[in-house]
Design a protein around this ligand. Structure first.
Ligand SMILES: Cc1cc2nc3c(=O)[nH]c(=O)nc-3n(C[C@H](O)[C@H](O)[C@H](O)COP(=O)(O)OP(=O)(O)OC[C@H]3O[C@@H](n4cnc5c(N)ncnc54)[C@H](O)[C@@H]3O)c2cc1C
Length: 223
């Protein structure tokens, strides 16, 4: 059913609804999202190169993500923000020159529409020009819950389970792009969509031929 209440009938459905990025509960993050609060070193690294970059941890993968952002700047700071990390991982960050600042982050400082710093719970203000936040991602399935497709939950979030051709756990329901794998960038998501479209088309053509054969056999009385 569409938003205007009309109903579209289809024998096959491809879910390509992407993900919802879930940010930690620090006020102001959503307003800066995609500007100077960013999530991906491969999408935003060049734009924030050589700046004072902070990384706000959101889970166990965040120390590794700090190393990826560190390629772009020698002024990198890591905020565990309550997540526990093995000492060996924190030592690795320190060894490459990333400053680790413990304690909860409670807010952002923004001046003239530019991020200038983060506020710590103890009142300290730490200057940063960009804040990396590896958001958790949740497959967008609003309105599609009734299909009952299998989803998988990991440290990165929730994704629809589909094979490389796009088959989900429900026959006739397919999935492509970020809804299946949130780490796909635009080119990969588009290629995945094209691949799934080819498979859907192939299966429809084969199904059509099977039905034609069945009709022909029943018309001629052959079994
Ligand atoms: C801040 C940011 C920066 C990024 N920068 C880059 C970059 O520089 N380079 C790069 O390659 N990738 C980048 N990415 C990743 C890129 O956005 C994704 O790889 C890509 O958008 C995935 O495409 P998709 O079609 O799977 O999902 P989406 O692009 O999310 O498309 C899903 C669409 O489905 C719609 N939709 C959802 N639910 C419904 C519904 N119920 N009914 C109808 N429509 C619905 C959504 O509104 C949306 O238009 C960035 C991502 C973010 C968040």
């Amino acid at each position: 059913m569409l938003g205007d209440g009309s109903v579209v009938r289809a024998g096959q459905v491809v879910i390509a609804t992407g993900v919802r990025d879930e940010l930690p509960a620090v006020p102001g993050l959503a307003q800066r999202w995609g500007h100077d609060v960013v999530h991906c070193p491969y999408c935003h690294g060049w734009e924030i190169r050589d700046q004072r970059i902070g990384l706000l941890a959101t889970g166990p993968m965040s120390a590794m993500q700090a190393l990826l952002f560190h390629q772009w700047s020698g002024q990198m700071r890591f905020f565990p923000n309550g997540t526990e990390f093995p000492t060996a991982e924190l030592d690795k960050l320190a060894a490459v020159g990333i400053t680790v600042t413990p304690g909860p982050v409670t807010g952002l400082e923004v001046t003239d529409d530019q991020l200038t710093g983060v506020r710590m719970q103890d009142g300290t203000r730490i200057e940063v020009d960009a804040l990396a936040v590896p958001a958790l991602t949740r497959a967008r399935l609003n309105g599609l819950e009734g299909l009952g497709v299998e989803v998988t939950t990991s440290a990165a979030g929730v994704a629809v389970v589909a094979d490389p051709a796009g088959h989900t756990s429900v026959p006739g329901v397919w999935a492509a792009g970020n809804v299946v794998n949130p780490s796909m960038q635009v080119s990969e998501a588009a290629a995945n969509g094209a691949r799934v479209a080819m498979t859907v088309n192939t299966e429809l053509v084969l199904q059509h031929a099977d039905h034609a054969l069945q009709r022909r056999q029943s018309d001629t009385g052959r079994v």
